[in-house]
Design a protein around this ligand. Structure first.
Ligand code: KIV
Ligand code: NA
Length: 278
């Protein structure tokens, strides 16, 4: 397949072809996502939760994002790779924002960056896109602001909030964003926003009308500790269960001496063995 580009993604919206996005954080997961035909990989700062074991995305650093982006970009050939700018790396001076953006692009070799927020980050989005770096927006529930929002709640439930979401989406499009993530927004508001944008919307907990969907790798595949089910997630495999079963069997076979068997080990010739044992 030909490499996925921002213009291809825009064309997919026009043609009504859904865009598939999954997060990935390392070489094997990114490799398998590309093999499975995913359009876009997001190196999300959700890695703070699902890979590093933090209970929010706030502790994730620019070094973490670069490290994981490097592993992902080494694995893929045609998949479009977007990396999250982590907490507080695009809210200071434009100079700092641009330095951080440049590091993820140059060291991680991402193809684009994702920034959370609305009107307050429009200037940063303009500056980054002016430097030739594609930007994906992210509005609705924005996990980097979880302490201000006060929990994982559906967004845009009142008239005023819905209008604010549309204004933010349009401002991001105006600032040069090539797509925007809508997280935890009602179906109707997501549809209303999707219809009024020329750039694709990528939904998570935002219903079926978005131009694309994104899910976290570990949620989609049941990989990791069992957590309370999330309504917007569909679990397509139980990788965690398979891993645990495999390791349990290994433990059992080492304990009962059935592993390693003769076919897993190396036998010396009998003459040498005779000499060694005298
Ligand atoms: O970090 C992440 O995984 C994300 C997606 C859920 C959109 O930002
Ligand atoms: Na994120």
């Amino acid at each position: 397949r030909k490499p996925i580009t921002t213009s291809k993604l825009k064309k997919m919206k026009q043609d009504g072809e859904k865009i598939t996005v999954i997060t990935a954080y390392d070489y094997p997961s990114a490799y398998l996502a590309e093999e499975a035909g995913i359009d876009v990989i997001l190196v999300g700062d959700s890695l703070g939760n699902v890979v590093l074991g933090y209970d929010s995305t706030l502790p994730v650093t620019i070094e973490d994002m670069i490290y994981h982006t490097k592993a992902v970009t080494r694995a893929v050939d045609t998949t479009f790779v977007v990396t999250d700018m982590p907490f507080m790396t695009y809210h200071g001076s434009l100079e700092t924002t641009m330095r951080n953006a440049a590091r993820i692009m140059q060291e991680g070799l991402a193809k684009a960056l994702k920034l959370e927020g609305g009107l307050e980050i429009v200037q940063a989005v303009e500056a980054i896109t002016s430097a030739g770096i594609p930007v994906m927006g992210h509005i609705g529930l924005t996990p980097q602001s979880i302490h201000q929002i006060g929990g994982f709640k559906v967004q845009g439930k009142t008239n005023v909030q819905a209008q604010k979401l549309l204004d933010e989406a349009k401002a991001l499009e105006q600032a040069g964003a090539f797509a925007v993530v809508l997280e935890l927004v009602t179906d109707e508001i997501a549809a209303w926003i999707t219809e009024q944008l020329s750039i694709p919307t990528i939904g998570i907990g935002a219903g079926p009308t978005c131009d694309g969907q994104v899910l976290v790798f570990h949620d989609l595949l049941g990989y990791g500790p069992e957590t309370a089910p999330k309504r917007f997630v569909k679990t397509y495999a139980n990788v965690g269960g398979m891993i645990k079963q495999g390791i349990e069997q290994y433990v059992k076979e080492v304990k009962d001496r059935s592993f390693p068997a003769a076919e897993h080990s190396f036998q010396a010739n009998q003459e040498l063995v005779g000499k060694l044992y005298g």
